[in-house]
Design a protein around this ligand. Structure first.
Ligand code: GRF
Length: 186
């Protein structure tokens, strides 16, 4: 059994997909950490009985917030960390505590459209091939080594909502599977 911690900031639909799949596996989601008190991910964690923690970044340094994050991760014997819509960059100090063991998902075919507007920038582009990227986290913004990319070809007449739905479906299928493979190797 290996332990996965998930960091999220918002809805947590990826977190829930991961929680659902890991429940059927030998591995465990050991905790959820959110930097927003109102994150819907907390409601999902409750549903799965997963311990969840709010870690605020207001009026403190990123390093101070991460000291709290690190102590939660340690208390839960975390082997692997999945960022699932966590809207903050981690410091090199935290990344170096988990070498190669922090994974991120991004809703575009990186290196195209890094940052917070991956879906809309993909949608507004001329690209026919859209998709998602799962990668290891390094010090940059959505720059670490790619583990897998999944894509689809759009017809051209889809709405933004339809593209968004397709991207999230791909995320929910792929992210739990990739994380399970990595957990199996730990
Ligand atoms: C996903 O599109 C993910 O790729 C991006 O943030 C979004 C999070 O969605 N990093 P959710 O909170 O998992 O629903």
């Amino acid at each position: 059994m290996a332990g996965l911690a998930v960091l999220a900031s918002g809805s947590g639909s990826n977190f829930e997909a991961i929680a659902g799949q890991l429940k059927k596996s030998a591995h465990k989601v050991v905790c959820l950490i959110c930097d927003r008190k109102d994150a819907y991910a907390f409601t999902r964690a409750e549903k799965y009985g997963i311990p969840s923690y709010f870690v605020g970044y207001k009026n403190r340094t990123r390093g101070e917030a991460e000291t709290e994050i690190a102590s939660i991760l340690t208390a839960h014997n975390t082997d692997l960390i999945a960022l699932a819509g966590f809207m903050r960059l981690l410091t090199p100090e935290l990344i170096d505590r988990f070498p190669g063991r922090i994974i991120n998902i991004h809703p575009s075919l990186l290196p195209k459209y890094p940052g917070t507007h991956g879906i809309i920038e993909s949608f507004e582009s001329e690209d026919r091939e859209l998709g998602i990227t799962i990668h290891r986290v390094d010090y940059g913004l959505d720059t670490g080594p790619v583990i897998v990319q999944k894509s689809f070809t759009r017809g051209g007449n889809e709405t933004l909502e339809q593209i968004e739905k397709k991207i999230h479906e791909l995320e929910h299928q792929s992210y739990p599977a990739v994380l399970l493979d990595i957990l199996d190797e730990i």
